[in-house]
Design a protein around this ligand. Sequence first.
Ligand code: PGA
Length: 251
Amino acid sequence: MRTPIVVANWKLNKTVGEAVEFTSALKGMVSGVDGVEVVVTPAFTALNAVASTLSGSNIHLSAQDVFWADNGAFTGEISPAMLKDVGCEYVIIGHSERRQYFGETNESVNKKVKAALSYDLRPIVCVGESLEDREAGRTESVIDNHVRNGIAGISPEAMQSAVIAYEPVWAIGTGVTATPDQAQDAHLVIRSLLSELYSVELAAQVRIQYGGSVKPENTSELMTQPDVDGALVGGASLEVESFAAIARLAG
Ligand code: PGA
């Protein structure tokens, strides 16, 4: 049985004070919520303070990105060890905004996934097609390419701790959500590929979450799909009431 995972991706939002205020409130709102793993993803600057706020709660901490090197002359970058040091358990890797604006490629995603796993950081590997891809009938091949190359060389043991986030680019921040059927179809493509690359058993264990304009109003119908194991939430995660509602509905 896969426990759904609901992740707040705050992107470039929230000062330390705002992040702490949000997580203090969220703790109370989800303390009795069972059957769902709740994760928050502040900016790097707020990770330390949010980790302290979350201490003793059932909420997990994630970063929004990581670099693959342990240390060295890489101005501006953050290593997996640094994220572990501040209490991160997860890290988002390969978000479409990083692919679009910051030159992230399948190759860099793969290096980051390997680096994260070598420090016991659980990667949330983002994959998904653009509108152009979908309209050209390339949805499956893009997903296949992102997943296959993003997790190349990852052992079955390590893969068990990873999460895959299916995020169609056309649904991110647009208010247009994939229909439950579109999400299910894509998630099934991913799970079938995991069966092919690893085994049916392993594929049945890995969580595949959906992201792209998830809000309280559309959470339940997405979560009823058999292969949708939670949500990666951007805009609707910025308000604590709507994020807590999504977490409750996914549980
Ligand atoms: P959105 O973002 O919920 O604002 O569409 C999702 C994401 O980018 O992870």
